[in-house]
Each structure stands twice: as structure tokens, then as C-alpha cells.
Design a protein around this ligand. Structure first.
Ligand code: PAF
Length: 281
């Protein structure tokens, strides 16, 4: 397994691979890998000749009061996990090498980015789109895998690939959960034992909404109320948003008539967790 730190070298190697007819699969990450990331690698591995994983905590997607410096990092452990998944290359750039001094070009998605996490984290998706576009140019993948837990990010990347004509297939990786139902996330590490237990209310509220919907409830205010009551009953849980949006346009819906993404973000102290499900009538 090669570890490549220089963006120029990454691009040169990728272009050489493409010229020799090899296909490249790509899993972009910010490191501190967990089973959710590994499941994305397992999805990509059989679909490509060369599997590249990037590990880069992208500063431009963090707001001024967010956890950039505290974001968990453990490269040695990540390296071993990638080796175990038969990854061929880790792209591990230094923050200083990824953005030119005075960089002034950004990729800004203007339709799907204003709601859900985009509303609570202004500028976040501009940072995500810009770094993912840069990573696509450096890694030259034929396919890239993104997890369904970041449902909005996934849809925005799909839109970017469509609108900017990236010749890349985006593969959706299902949400991976801990045995008790908590969606896997690098941020789970920040939770105290008490918060970890309380965080199960995200999944409980999604299960409840699915059950209500199966029993015939389509009205969004009633479905949202069920979820909010379950979360508000949990000490230390602070709802950032509970949103019901059209699964494709991310526009808010009042009644579940078409495929609807139910997405929520809940804070426990300074840790913000997200989760989602899709209701299909
Ligand atoms: O989902 C993530 O880990 C990040 O947003 C990504 C896609 C690696 C871009 O920095």
C-alpha cells in the first residue's frame, strides 16, 4: 500500500494508472476510520482495479466555532485498517499543500445546500464541494463511494457531478449502525457514557416515525411531533433540526406523498449528531 502526501504526485500516479487502462475507485474520508468507512471501502474494492482512500481533515468545511482542531486523528490506526481492506493507496496530504496561498475559486452548490445542515453550518457545503472537486481532479476516480448517513452531502455531490460533468459514478453506501442502533460516526467518540446512551433517541425517533408512517400517518407536523417528543424527553438532547424534505430536491414537504427524506441533527453538549431515513409511500 502506497502513502502519497503530495497532491502533484497523486495526480501523476492517477493519470498514469488511467493511461494504462486501470480503473480507480475512491473513498474520500477525514480519517479516524470506523466500520462505516470500511463498509464504503468494501463496496468500492470489487468494482475497481486500484482503490484509493483519502484522509484529509478539510479546514474549509469547518465553521469558525466548529471542531477542526479537536477533530479526532489517528493516522497509524487508519493506515492499518486500510491495509486490512486491501486499499492500494492512501492519499494523505498536508493541509498546507491542498490549498494554494490566496486560493480564490470555490465550488458552490446553490439549490440543495441552503437547508438542513447547510442552514446550521453556513459555508460547510461550499468547503465540501470544493475539496471533493479538488480530490476528484487529483485522484481521477472512475467511481467514488459516499455514505448515506450524510444524506445531504451525498445528494449535493451527485448534483455537482451532474452539473460539472465529472466522469465519475457515485455509489451510495448504506448507513452502518452500532449494535444498539446509533449511526457510526467519528464524532461518537466525543460523547460521554451518559450522552452515548442518550444519543439512541435519534434512532428511536426514526423508528417511531417509520412505524407511524406504516400505520398510515402522512401528515408531517404530526410525524415531526412524534419525533420531537421522543427527543425532548431525553436529558441533554437539543434538537438542531428535524426536517421532512423531498428526497431529490430537498424541498420541505407537508405531507409524505413521494419519497421523503427525514433528516435530523441533535446536539449533546458540543457534539452534533445526524441521522436520517427515507419514507417511501
Ligand atoms: O464526509 C466526509 O468525511 C467529508 O465531508 C469528505 C467527503 C471527506 C470531504 O472532506
Amino acid at each position: 500500500m502506497q502513502i502519497i502526501k503530495s497532491p502533484e504526485e497523486m495526480q501523476r500516479l492517477a493519470l498514469d494508472l488511467k493511461r494504462s487502462g486501470q480503473t480507480i475507485g475512491f473513498v474520500p474520508t477525514m480519517g479516524f476510520l470506523h466500520d462505516g468507512h470500511l463498509s464504503l471501502m468494501r463496496l468500492a474494492r470489487p468494482k475497481c482495479d486500484v482503490l484509493v482512500v483519502s484522509i484529509f481533515v478539510n479546514p474549509t468545511q469547518f465553521g469558525p466555532n466548529e471542531d477542526l482542531d479537536a477533530y479526532p486523528r489517528d493516522f497509524e490506526r487508519d493506515e492499518q485498517l486500510c491495509a486490512d481492506e486491501s486499499v492500494d493507496m492512501i492519499f494523505y496530504p498536508e493541509p498546507g499543500n491542498m490549498y494554494a496561498a490566496g486560493a480564490s475559486v470555490w465550488v458552490d452548490e446553490e439549490s440543495l445546500s441552503g437547508v438542513l445542515c447547510g442552514e446550521s453550518r453556513p459555508g460547510h457545503f461550499r468547503g465540501v464541494c470544493t475539496v471533493v472537486a479538488k480530490l476528484f481532479n487529483l485522484v481521477q476516480p472512475d467511481l467514488a463511494v459516499f455514505g448515506e448517513k450524510d444524506a445531504q452531502q451525498l445528494r449535493i455531490i451527485e448534483r455537482m457531478v451532474r452539473d460539472l460533468n465529472f466522469p465519475i459514478e457515485i455509489v451510495r453506501g448504506p448507513i452502518l449502525r452500532e449494535a444498539d442502533g446509533l449511526a457510526m460516526s467519528s464524532r461518537n467518540k466525543y460523547l460521554s457514557a451518559e450522552q452515548r446512551k442518550n444519543a439512541l433517541c435519534l434512532r428511536r425517533s426514526l423508528d417511531a416515525v417509520c412505524l407511524n408512517f406504516e400505520q398510515g400517518e402522512k401528515n408531517v407536523s404530526s410525524l415531526r411531533k412524534t419525533m420531537a417528543e421522543l427527543i425532548d424527553a431525553v436529558s441533554g438532547a437539543e434538537i438542531d433540526y428535524i426536517s421532512f424534505v423531498d428526497d431529490a430536491s430537498l424541498e420541505p414537504v407537508e405531507s409524505v406523498q413521494f419519497s421523503t427524506l427525514v433528516a435530523l441533527a441533535v446536539k449533546f453538549g458540543s457534539t452534533r449528531l445526524i441521522d436520517n431515513t427515507i419514507l417511501v409511500p
